[in-house]
Design a protein around this ligand. Structure first.
Ligand code: SF4
Length: 490
């Protein structure tokens, strides 16, 4: 890889950044190509860096770099990887939530330890990583990344874990927080999901008979792989010459914590996440929102904020019998905008990404539907743009509750003080955004759109009720006693 010059960059389309996609396959002769396509299909989960690691059955090799999937991998790079051998392949797209945007943190992390070689790809966030790292550093261990994922290798390599009958399972029992992990060893791929199930991880089967794992089923669809099932919370699945095998490192938590925000915004609409199609869940959120906060009499159109508000807007318009018009058009060919982070340039970048069809909106009373508001600065710029286009009234509807608390489980929201809804009433937010009315979907309404038990979803960024206490990652958990058994054993 040549040297990459990092320019200051501002991502204008989203204020909440996704964290990471993982991928793994064993036993298909074209594993590198599959990983490339699988990562491409999951680009929405992370655009900061990308990487692929391969095994030829004896040795591992990795190619990682900063940028989007097609920026990191050209034809020559992919061929070079494939020539190294591709019996097993794992891949990763990253958006940093722990460790910062540094090239040293690009994954898969490839390490050599007492047990041989291992490469790791991680989606999630470990809340006890700092405590573990401190302990290792005090014992003289050297770290060469700033990411939370590296502590996993140090745990795996420690004599305590190496003496355990199942070193990987013993390692995973020490981790607190959110993790959907894919490991590549010379003779197998191992995929594991934390006992709370925060992040998705699915298994598919290719026409060749080989098994694949991916964060989202949209990657399986692109490869023509049949969906087999999700990796269960607390489960490790092994892909190897023996096919697919399963074992547990922990019981599933008594109260799982599936991330409800995956359905609100992160996941691809075509994916099936936690057993439910994302597009249909979002449309339902729009329907419930329309019942909770119908449009004012005489509103002209329901307009989605592209692209994330589209599904909820469809459901909203259908539920209240309103006319749906796509009056805001995204410029699909604007990638990342490398600009100085001044407010004026941020505003320009928002405008570059969204074009408003003046003829449709001038003098109209519009209901605008979007999925969420984080800092509020991007939403404000969009609302200002609508006013300048001559919109008479803006009635903003948001298909999730106000985000008032940071996420510690794999989503890069702003600090609490930077969240627009922290300490503010909805009326104050409405005033700041300069809209005529503002309504959010209620938490009960949101959970009514989720499949299964409402209590099995994490809602911490809205409710402030953290399933694990990020302030006390060393054991003072606010969790039910029955969940403590997760941390027993080797
Ligand atoms: S705090 Fe919010 S974004 Fe984070 S895992 Fe929970 S529901 Fe998802």
């Amino acid at each position: 890889m040549g040297t990459r010059i990092q320019l200051p960059q501002v991502r204008t389309s989203r204020e909440a950044k996704e964290k990471c996609a993982v991928f793994g396959v064993w036993g298909d002769g074209a594993g590198v190509r599959l990983a490339y396509l699988g990562l491409y299909a999951q680009q929405h989960r992370g655009q900061e860096s990308s990487g692929i690691a391969v095994s030829n059955g004896r040795e591992l090799t990795a190619l990682v770099g900063m940028g989007l999937v097609p920026e990191v991998f050209d034809a020559e790079g992919l061929e070079r990887l494939a020539r190294q051998g591709q019996r097993g392949v794992i891949g990763h797209n990253r958006y940093s939530t722990a460790g910062g945007s540094l090239s040293c943190n690009a994954q898969p992390l490839l390490e050599r330890y007492v047990g041989g070689q291992v490469a790791i790809a991680h989606n999630g966030n470990l809340i006890n990583a700092e405590a573990l790292r401190g302990r290792f550093e005090r014992a003289g261990h050297l770290f060469h990344t700033t990411s939370d994922t590296e502590v996993i290798v140090h745990l795996l390599a420690s004599p305590e874990q190496q003496r355990a009958p199942d070193p990987l399972a013993a390692t995973l029992r020490h981790l607190q927080g959110a993790f959907s992990l894919v490991f590549l060893f010379p003779d197998r791929v191992e995929a594991a999901r934390d006992p709370w199930g925060w992040r998705p991880l699915s298994i598919g089967r290719l026409a060749s008979g080989a098994y694949v794992v991916a964060s989202e089923t949209v990657a399986l669809d692109v490869l023509g792989a049949a969906f087999v099932r999700d990796v269960e919370p607390g489960e490790i699945v092994t892909l190897s010459e023996r096919g697919l095998e399963s074992r547990r490192f922990a019981e599933e938590a008594a109260r799982p914590a599936l991330c409800a925000f995956e359905h609100v915004y992160f996941a691809h609409p075509a994916s099936r996440v936690f057993g439910q199609n994302v597009e249909l869940a979002r449309e339902k959120m729009g329907e419930v929102l329309a019942r909770e906060a119908p449009p004012p009499a005489g509103a002209d159109y329901v307009v989605p904020m592209p692209d994330s508000g589209r599904s909820a807007a469809l459901g909203f318009a259908r539920a209240c019998g309103a006319v749906y018009r796509e009056a805001i058009v995204p410029n699909r060919y604007v990638g990342r905008t490398f600009i100085k982070p001044t407010q004026a340039e941020r505003t320009a970048a928002v405008r570059l990404k969204l074009n408003i069809i003046d003829e449709l909106v001038r003098g109209k009373r519009l209901v605008i539907v979007d999925d969420s508001i984080v800092r509020g600065t991007t939403t404000k710029a969009k609302m200002d743009q609508l006013r300048e286009a001559g919109v008479r009234e803006i009635h903003l509807r948001i298909s999730c509750p106000p985000i008032r608390h940071p996420c510690h489980f794999g989503v890069d929201f702003a600090e609490r003080s930077q969240l627009i809804a922290t300490g503010k009433r909805v009326e104050e937010i409405r005033d700041y955004l300069g809209v005529d009315s503002l309504h959010y979907l209620s938490l009960e309404g949101l959970l009514s759109c989720m499949r299964g038990e409402p209590a099995h979803y994490c809602t911490a960024c809205w409710s402030g009720e953290y399933r694990l206490d990020p302030e006390h990652p060393e054991g003072e958990w606010r969790i039910e006693p029955e969940q403590m058994k997760i941390f027993g054993g080797a």
